[in-house]
Design a protein around this ligand. Sequence first.
Ligand code: TRP
Length: 338
Amino acid sequence: MTHAPLVLSGMQPTNTLHLGNYLGALKNWVRMQEEMPCLFCVVDMHAITQDVGYGHPAELAQATREVTAAYIAAGVDPRRSPIFNQGQVPEHAELAWIFNCVARLGWLDRMTQFKEKSGKHKERASVGLYTYPVLMAADILVYKATHVPVGEDQKQHLELARDIAAKFNNDFGVPDFFPQPEPVITGAATRVMSLRDGSKKMSKSDESDASRINLTDDADTIANKIRRAKTDAGELPDSEKGLEGRPEAENLINIFAALAEKPKQDVINHFAGQMFSTLKGQLTDLAVAKLVPITGRMKVLLADPGEIDRILKDGALRARSIATPIMDDVKKAVGFVA
Ligand code: TRP
């Protein structure tokens, strides 16, 4: 049996979104809406696995609205693709519990992101942080989603989701019940790097605000950050090979290519033999042209929080209408209902 194509993706409502989220995720989501039915989730249940989201209810609710506004401002159409927060769709938690009993400790022990996020004091991390990838598998499979646009760093979690799906199907004797969800890793700039260090990912948790372009930055801020972006001493190369060992040059070229929606090689040809200042000037114009309208739309949306709340509520109802019949079948398969 083949499963009907369905996209599901999500982002955590923590801090401000940045250029990496836009180029690595949102921009692809907008395109995928044209190709398949999509669901977009704000993963507030994941946000409470760590201190940033835990114990700050007002901030969490506001961050959920901000991320929702960013989805819409970037071009996700909530009438076409339901946008909802996990916390309003109880089926995620229900399936996650069952999946906690399907997944093996040994599988979770291999998850590299838990090791990074829990740091030196693993015993102080929440149990939720440990079982985070199991909830993520439930996010996807509670809708039988088949395609999951994610960054490279989430590939291991997707593999776990596939393992959980296969083990559930096998152990409960329901062959092919859950699909094997595919990661969709797209775009030249899937990995947008820090403007201060081309070997580090652009991240909302980086201490230096100059390391990232936030989706809330105005034109002057964007211009300043690009002007101050780290460079090296050389001219820009004329080939992809010439970018090797020059992570800052490569990052700026990648960002330019992704924003301009042009092949990387065309951008390399365009700037070959030029100084960084030329690239930075043109990149500033391009980034301002693409991002400032998104920022503007976000502001307009956030001025009416009631409307965002209505969009989330409506999205949750539509998401539940897909998840409920699937959970009915899961409950039968497990033996919760005869
Ligand atoms: N873990 C993902 C991230 O940090 C967020 C996420 C949670 C997600 N559930 C998901 C992404 C389901 C895709 C599908 O980026």
